[in-house]
Design a protein around this ligand. Structure first.
Ligand code: HEM
Length: 163
């Protein structure tokens, strides 16, 4: 049997610890934003405002949603990117405060009106039972959870507007 010196054993321990730390670091760097790059889910990721517009318009077309009788109209088709991510919903104000409603909060889908409206988030003004507005579209059918999550993911990733 081979007998290792104390210093050789110490070296092995140090190397093992360094390797472990490097692996942990690599895992941290690779930590997914929301959809890990390269994962199968990444194919579903919305990459631009044009993708968002296509998703919402496709939904309208498919369900024949009563967008023409809404006060806000198909706002995603009527405003440029900057206004969509920074601006307010057209022709609509908060029923309690009378203040304008932002369409979304970049990086925070959960508290973005567009997501709360489409989800009918409990406790929000879009809660179907208790909210001042209720879930959108008012008559249903609703956008699927998967599609809402794609939109939410786009907002959480900072609303990229790539090519
Ligand atoms: C995606 C398809 C959507 C459709 C078809 C739709 C349709 C409508 C319709 C028909 C109304 C009028 C309801 C009524 O007077 O009883 C309405 C109101 C409203 N919608 Fe939408 N909506 C959609 C999406 C959204 C989204 C994404 C938001 C939020 C960002 C939103 C926010 C509102 C608000 C706040 C009102 C109330 C306006 C008021 O009464 O003062 N809607 N919508």
């Amino acid at each position: 049997m081979k007998i290792r010196s104390a210093s050789a054993t110490a070296k092995i321990v140090v190397v093992a610890l360094l390797a472990q730390a490097a692996a942990a670091n690599a895992a941290e760097v690779k930590a997914p934003s929301v959809i890990p790059p390269g994962s199968a889910l990444n194919a579903l990721a919305l990459k631009s405002y044009a993708d968002v517009q296509a998703l919402l318009s496709g939904f309208m077309k498919q369900t024949n949603g009563p967008i023409e009788i809404s006060p806000h109209g198909a706002f995603w088709n009527e405003m440029p990117y900057r206004q969509f991510i920074e601006g307010d919903l057209p022709e609509v104000t908060d029923r309690t405060t009378g203040k304008p409603l932002k369409i979304l909060i970049v990086g925070n889908a959960r508290e973005s009106n567009i997501i709360m409206a489409l989800r009918g988030t409990k406790g929000s003004m879009f809660d179907q039972e208790t909210g001042s507005f209720g879930r959108m579209p008012p008559t249903g059918p609703y956008l699927s959870d998967q599609e809402i999550n794609r939109l939410a993911d786009w907002i959480d990733r900072g609303c990229p507007d790539g090519p």
